[in-house]
Design a protein. Structure first.
Length: 300
């Protein structure tokens, strides 16, 4: 993106303030430009017109929202999708439109990978530009692996969550990757107990994947504590981390303990209240633990 004078001289806030309940109108316009610049790069849409792409995307959006059209006066699918996105105030719906637009891009490539050879790189560049625009406007979301995820702390997200997701993209950790993305999706929709359960699944799946890869004895029904013991006994953790420092083990046990006490065994007689802060802590703790484990395994 062009780093203009106004950007370079913009006063930066001392605190990491992110916005979640609004997409600024200039940001929306910039996002539409990202779509409009990418669509003509596809051979089929360059020949048949860009509206043919938006007809595909619109059908996905119509089905998702349970409607036959998005606006009243659109002359074509392009206007229907873009005008709706520009006018809609519901952030959740706008983020869903973004996901479905990029889903359609990928779908087109998969439909004919020969004709659309190289377009996945263009889609990734468009996704990177999208994330750059979101960051530029201090909007607390990021587009990762085809999903919009919420960012609660810029520093934690950059230093912990993103590196963890990068490591999980390895095919060895495919199950953990899907579960960790589900945790973010649940958190975004304020389904906090579900987010915490998916975090625990991702954490356990990471250790199971490591055990499976190295032939360490474990059972699919093993809990987090048991899996930690197996990994530790097989030397995944340095001895000084096991014997001298309890920090790692304590952090890993917190993930399992919180899940078991709050959402793993049902509500019982008294309804369990899981706050946004508790769920965010779970996601960040899980990311830190997964990053540590996967990094150690990668080094081996």
């Amino acid at each position: 993106m062009f780093d203009g004078f106004s950007k370079r001289n913009r006063k930066q806030s001392v605190t990491d303030v992110l916005v979640y309940d609004e997409l600024p109108q200039p940001l929306k316009v910039q996002i539409v430009h990202i779509w409009q610049n990418l669509v003509p790069r596809f051979a089929a849409f360059w020949m048949n017109g860009t509206d043919s792409f938006y007809r595909l995307a619109a059908n996905h959006i119509y089905q998702e929202f349970g409607v036959f059209r998005l606006t009243n006066n659109a002359r074509n699918a392009t206007e229907d999708v873009c005008n709706y996105f520009l006018q809609e105030r519901d952030v959740g719906k706008c983020l869903t439109v973004i996901e479905l637009i990029f889903f359609t891009f990928v779908e087109v490539v998969k439909a004919d990978s020969y004709v659309n050879a190289g377009m996945m790189d263009d889609i990734r560049r468009a996704a990177n530009e999208l994330n750059g625009r979101l960051k530029e406007h201090s909007v607390g979301y990021e587009f990762v692996e085809g999903k919009i995820i919420r960012i609660d702390s810029g520093f934690i997200h950059t230093e912990t969550v993103v590196p963890a997701m990068t490591l999980l993209q390895d095919s060895t950790f495919s199950g953990a990757n899907q579960e960790f993305l589900k945790a973010h999706e649940h958190f975004q929709h304020r389904r906090f107990p579900e987010a915490m359960n998916e975090c625990l699944k991702a954490f356990e799946s990471t250790m199971k994947a490591i055990c499976h890869k190295h032939g360490w004895q474990y059972s699919q029904s093993d809990t987090a504590n048991k899996l930690m013991t197996v990994c530790g006994d097989n030397g995944l953790f340095p001895p000084y981390m096991r014997n001298s420092l309890s920090g790692l083990r304590s952090a890993l046990e917190v993930v399992a303990t919180v899940r078991n006490k709050l959402s793993g065994h049902g509500q019982g007689v008294q309804e369990v209240q899981i706050t946004e802060e508790t769920a965010a802590f779970m996601i960040h703790s899980t990311a830190a633990n997964i990053l540590y484990l996967a990094s150690l395994e990668k080094r081996r």
